[in-house]
Design a protein around this ligand. Structure first.
Ligand code: HEC
Length: 253
């Protein structure tokens, strides 16, 4: 007894974790308001564009190693020919996973941090975070990449999409709270425009995030389609059961 009083048992730890964990999870919260990604995984055209954007601009450094190419093609209604000629530049077999050749150790040596696998990133960070992250690179000469990121301070990732979005700078205003001065983000100002308008870039990033949301749980497309049939079945079956009950009980009443 004396022991259990001095050292908390498993149950108390579990209870403590239950209380603490919900607050510990949003690690990506930097105090910057996130913009709504408005993803819609039932929009197949958007997912197809997102897949194209992903293999063209992200797979140089990031894998999606839990996703198979042929599964992707089936879900996104892409023919095998389109798959091989538009999405599989590195060759390989259609049943293979979306892996890349770059080793994590090399990425760490080159960028200072490993480029994480993005299969589950939408689940761990949330779509709104990803959307805001990809729109929040700004010029910062003090960084080795020449850019910083508003939601991931000191990000090791370069601004891969700068040619599309252009280069923007961040305007901070100084605010004082309790005698300490803080630099509070006010707005972005475009310095060198990119090839896309702000609206086009929003769509581009939106499709990309939609795709990341889909690969985070590929089955969700089927789950939702199936859900409708399950509801229809329940309705029809419910009506049948009700009619049967009326029939059986009509003489007894
Ligand atoms: C040149 C290599 C490179 C390319 C290309 C690249 N990234 Fe990254 N990315 C990185 C590195 C390195 C990190 C790790 C950043 C860190 O932890 O500071 C990273 C981190 C991330 C993260 C995690 C951010 C976080 O909060 O931890 C996301 C999301 C991401 N990249 C998305 C993308 C997307 C989407 C693309 C394609 C448009 C892309 N990246 C292209 C190198 C790259």
């Amino acid at each position: 007894m004396a022991v259990s009083r001095r050292r908390p048992g498993v149950a108390s730890w579990a209870l403590a974790m239950l209380v603490v964990l919900p607050f510990a999870v949003p690690a990506a919260n930097t105090g910057v308001p996130l913009q709504a990604a408005n993803t819609d995984v039932s929009n197949i055209n958007s997912l197809q564009r997102g897949a194209r954007n992903f293999v063209n601009y992200c797979m140089g450094c990031h894998s999606a190693k839990y996703v198979r190419y042929n599964q992707l093609a089936r879900d996104l209604q892409i023919s095998e020919h389109q798959l091989i000629s538009n999405l599989m530049f590195a060759g390989g077999k259609t049943y293979e996973h979306m892996e890349i050749a770059m080793l994590e150790a090399d990425a760490t040596r080159w960028f200072g941090a490993p480029a994480p696998d993005l299969s589950l990133i939408a689940r761990s960070r949330g779509a709104d975070y990803l959307y805001t992250f990809l729109k929040s690179f700004y010029i910062d000469e003090s960084r080795p990449t020449g850019v910083n990121n508003l939601v991931l301070e000191g990000a090791a990732m370069p601004h891969i999409l700068w040619q599309l979005q252009g280069m923007q700078r961040a305007v901070f205003v100084e605010e004082e709270h309790d005698g300490t001065t803080y630099a509070v983000f006010e707005k972005f100002e475009m310095v060198t425009p990119g090839t896309m308008s702000a609206e086009e870039y929003d769509h581009f990033v939106g499709d990309l995030v939609n795709f990341l949301e889909y690969i985070g749980e590929p089955i969700q497309l089927k789950r939702r389609q199936l859900g409708i049939w399950v509801l229809i079945f329940l309705l029809v079956f419910g009506l049948l059961a009700w009619a049967l009950k009326q029939e059986i009980w009509k003489d007894i009443k």
